[in-house]
Design a binder for this molecule. Structure first.
Ligand code: XIL
Length: 332
């Protein structure tokens, strides 16, 4: 091997990276995305890895109702704008998350009677979607509106019957070009919750309510969900003409006090990531594979699920884990 080639080879493999995930994903016409924490963008390793590997970003919290609309007359677009700017600079698509959800709402919303609540929801959607029109290509319009048994979740918003449909109509008015998603968890496989979602979105399609897709969050443990069932669910949704996207993929593992998982579990996790990516690629209308963060340094898992962590394809030092290789291989 010539000296130049050898140097090039070392440069490539000293970092452990071959072709970045985003280039592989482009070849499949699928987006590979991640949730982003604006505070982390100042970290050089974080920003470099993000720009190199992903072609889609979504604010992990910065566009939620509470953070972006903390008081009736106050909008705080700064942190989300930072993520949008990063995305544009690095030619990444930007997803918006989320307009109507029962968590992380602003306290002032909880004091409104149904009529004022509906008006606040309208104004919020109009302002936020309007602010990002032409920059955010897809919105999670309504998030987590069903219980696991398929019944509608009772929330601050559900006092207004028809609020889900109304939210989609108002989002479409605010940006007719944006594609609009219903997003939920534990609805990846065939079960009462995914059945209820299927029923709702079938009805929306039939009646011309502007909906374009269903987001599957995919927050899994190593137990996962049967992959054939996930494929069956993606099939029935895409057969309606809807897009499907994985929106919040992570696979949490039992970890020690240092946050380390066993080698065996990391391999199980890698296989699962590979299978999930391959399942999406089977369907032309499965259009994005988005992770809920990419490095174990910034992940909601350890703060939310005691004893769990290590859910993402890069470790806390930005080194790729077996999961990274499995995603790359599935996107070959
Ligand atoms: C989580 C964030 O990751 C945390 O930082 C925050 O404290 C709580 O919300 N489903 C969703 C996401 O739709 O918005 C949630 O994100 C995780 C579950």
């Amino acid at each position: 091997m010539s000296k130049i080639l050898l140097t090039a080879a070392l440069a490539c493999c000293a970092t452990g990276f071959g072709q970045p995930l985003r280039d592989r994903a482009d070849a499949h016409h699928v987006k590979i995305g991640t949730a982003v924490n604006p505070a982390a963008l100042a970290n050089e390793d974080y920003a470099k890895t993000l720009a190199r590997e992903f072609n889609q970003v979504e604010p992990e919290n910065a566009m939620k109702f509470g953070p972006i609309h903390p008081a009736a007359e106050t909008y705080n677009f700064g942190p989300a704008d930072q993520i949008v700017a990063f995305g544009r600079e690095h030619k990444m698509a930007v997803r918006g998350h989320t307009l109507v959800w029962h968590n992380q709402t602003a306290p002032w919303v909880r004091e409104l009677d149904p009529e004022h609540l509906a008006a606040a929801m309208h104004e919020h959607i109009k302002t936020v979607v309007g602010h990002y029109a032409g920059q955010v290509y897809a919105w999670d319009v309504v998030n987590e509106a069903f219980n696991d048994d398929g019944t509608p979740r009772k929330t601050v918003w559900s006092v207004n019957p028809g609020y889900i449909e109304q939210a989609f109509r108002w989002a479409h008015e605010a940006d007719p070009k944006a594609i609009l998603f219903y997003n939920d968890y534990s609805a990846e496989a065939m079960n009462p919750k995914s059945d209820a979602i299927y029923k709702m979105v079938s009805d929306f399609k039939q009646r011309g309510v502007p909906i374009n897709g269903v987001g599957l969050q995919v927050h899994f443990t190593k137990k996962g969900q049967p992959i054939e069932q996930i494929e069956a669910n993606i099939k029935r949704l895409t057969d309606l003409g809807l897009e499907v996207q994985y929106t919040e993929l992570d696979i949490r593992l039992p970890v020690d006090d240092q946050g380390a998982a066993s080698a065996e579990d990391l391999d199980i996790q890698a296989k699962m990531y590979g299978q999930l990516v391959a399942a999406c690629l089977k369907f032309p209308k499965c259009t994005a594979i988005q992770l809920w963060g990419f490095t174990d340094r910034y992940s909601w898992i350890r703060g939310t699920y005691r004893g769990f962590g290590a859910g993402l394809p890069f470790d806390a030092s930005y080194k790729p884990k077996p999961a990274y290789d499995a995603i790359a291989a599935a996107l070959k």
